[in-house]
Design a protein around this ligand. Structure first.
Ligand code: KIV
Ligand code: ZN
Length: 522
């Protein structure tokens, strides 16, 4: 069936606007190690609102008291965008989600229940009739709170489609206004997925009363392709995350989906509301907050996405940009040569630059701390780039309050010396200091931090890179730590001194463990 013969689905008029439902804060946070604290989530939600996503899925309020607080904080303070909260098909989940969401602008309850036989048999131990009944009662309960109710049929792509049609039709009658068809396991192929969507459109008699949505996982690298195929087949909401982060191999990458639609209007009948110039600032914010680096060859937001290496290509670009570029880098928020500030730049210039990176609402105190760090850096580094400023913002604005904080570090290393590190830091509000020997200076620093904090994390991964070019560049260290109870967290730190950057990354990881412990205790 072509787009033009498609039955009229709610939200699906001729020149349709696709609804971008962003789940970076919920499914994205399910990426192993990508925990975000309340402040980090709030900053990111502000940025998502700035890039004009239509719906922000802010979290899963029943999951923990910390999750509840994060969703409530976002719903209470971020207006002009729908805020959604996830809930299983249970009264308690839905009541809790509503308590978190109710202060929001057009809040959405997103409830879900699996429909595949494999989930029914092994996970839910329920019959199809029981699932149908539970889905209807959950949606009715949610609809008692708000008319903005989304129902997701978990593992929909491996479900019997006639059963999904029965469930969708019944939940529409019960009050669902968005029906989500997730490829939970990333199993679908684009043609097959489009065929499934068309089947739903043809076989759900009351489909015109709801918006059809998809939520794709990237296990076979097809999340974006499947989402685009689904749009062609008639869906008008797509669930995405920035940088494609999410459970296992992640979700549909928002930046890829949005730029595919924008770059090929001849192929897509839809447009999106997304302010594409905010794509790069958002991508960098997600990467620094979660500590998950973006692979250099990642489409749209990777460091090489607009880099031309071959001489033939460079020559072509110089003659005419469109010879080898299908998108203008400025359209995704990449300024050409992002040299921004230097030693002589003042507070005002810094404030402007910070705002353009998506951090508009800094308090005077925040700005003062960032400015004085900026001046320290400008004393040792000639050119200050956006990435340098973001690294400072990470330390000074997003990571407060911290359980552990580095005050100073001294280290000795070399091939004829016993590597040593002495550290002064704050642990639970108290200043303390210590020193250790190690295999190298970083090993010595990590041992000292472990002693001072009384922690026993295993270092699973360590990577160092330079934030910008030049020998005076700040080093950025990413670590992955496993806590004694099996929790896995990422940590990130940046500094012109690599050993200090490593210590900051390690301490950032420990702060995430402390945050998770506190969040789950509340
Ligand atoms: O992948 C999935 O099925 C989900 C649902 C909760 C929408 O994340
Ligand atoms: Zn998912």
């Amino acid at each position: 069936m072509s787009d033009t013969t498609m039955k009229d689905i709610k939200g699906s008029t001729n020149k349709d606007q696709i609804i971008i439902f962003d789940t970076t804060l919920r499914d994205g946070e399910q990426s192993p190690g990508a925990t975000m604290n309340m402040q980090e989530k709030f900053r990111l939600a502000q940025q998502l609102a700035k890039m004009k996503v239509d719906v922000i899925e802010a979290g899963f309020p029943i999951a923990s008291a910390g999750d509840f607080d994060c969703v409530k904080n976002i719903a209470d303070h971020i207006k002009d965008v729908q805020i959604a909260g996830l809930a299983r098909a249970s009264i308690k989940d839905i009541d809790t989600a509503w308590q978190a969401l109710k202060g929001g602008f057009n809040p959405r309850i997103h409830t879900f229940l699996a429909t595949s036989d494999i989930h029914l048999k092994h996970k839910l131990k329920m019959s199809r009739d029981q699932v149908l009944e539970l889905a209807v009662s959950a949606v009715k309960h949610a609809a008692g709170y708000t008319s903005n109710v989304e129902f997701s049929a978990e593992d929909a792509t491996r479900s019997d489609l006639d059963f999904v049609c029965r469930v969708f039709s019944a939940v529409i009658e019960a009050g669902a206004t968005t029906l989500n068809f997730p490829d939970t396991t990333g199993y679908a192929m684009p043609d097959e997925f489009a065929g499934q969507i068309r089947y739903l459109v043809e076989h759900i008699p009351n489909i015109d009363k709801a918006t059809l949505s998809v939520h794709c996982h990237n296990d076979l690298g097809l999340a974006v392709a499947n989402s685009l195929a689904a749009i062609k087949a008639g869906v008008r909401q797509v669930e995405t995350t920035i940088n494609g982060i999410g459970e296992r191999a992640g979700n549909t990458a928002m930046e890829e989906l949005v730029m595919a639609i924008r770059t090929r209007p001849d192929q897509h009948v839809v447009t999106s509301n997304i302010v594409t110039e905010q794509i790069h600032p958002s991508s960098r914010m997600v990467s620094t907050i979660t500590g998950m680096p973006v692979q250099p060859n990642k489409a749209i937001v990777g460091a090489n996405a607009f880099a031309h290496e071959s001489g033939i290509h460079q020559d072509g670009i110089l003659k005419e940009r469109t010879t080898y570029e299908i998108m203008n880098p400025a359209d995704v928020g990449l300024s050409s040569g992002n040299l921004v500030l230097g030693k002589h730049s003042g507070r005002h210039a810094l404030k402007d630059r910070i705002a353009s990176l998506g951090y508009e609402e800094l308090t005077d105190d925040d700005l003062q701390r960032v400015f004085s760090r900026f001046k320290d850096l400008a004393d040792v580094k000639k050119d200050i780039f956006d990435e340098d400023i973001e690294a400072i913002l990470m330390d000074e604005v997003l990571r407060i309050p911290n359980t552990y904080e580095l005050i100073s570090l001294g280290a000795m290393s070399g091939n004829q010396t016993l590597p040593t590190s002495g550290i002064r830091m704050i642990v639970n509000g108290k200043e303390c200091e210590g020193a250790s020997l190690g295999i190298g200076a970083i090993d010595a620093a990590f041992k000292t931090i472990a002693q001072l904090t009384g922690t026993t994390c295993q270092l699973l991964y360590f990577a160092v890179s330079s934030i910008t070019g030049g020998t005076d560049a700040q080093g950025e260290v990413m670590v992955r730590l496993e806590a004694a109870d099996g929790k896995i967290v990422m940590g990130q730190g940046a500094d012109p001194d690599i050993i200090t950057a490593a210590a900051k990354a390690y301490i950032n990881g420990l702060n995430r463990v402390a945050y998770l412990n506190m969040k789950n205790k509340k």
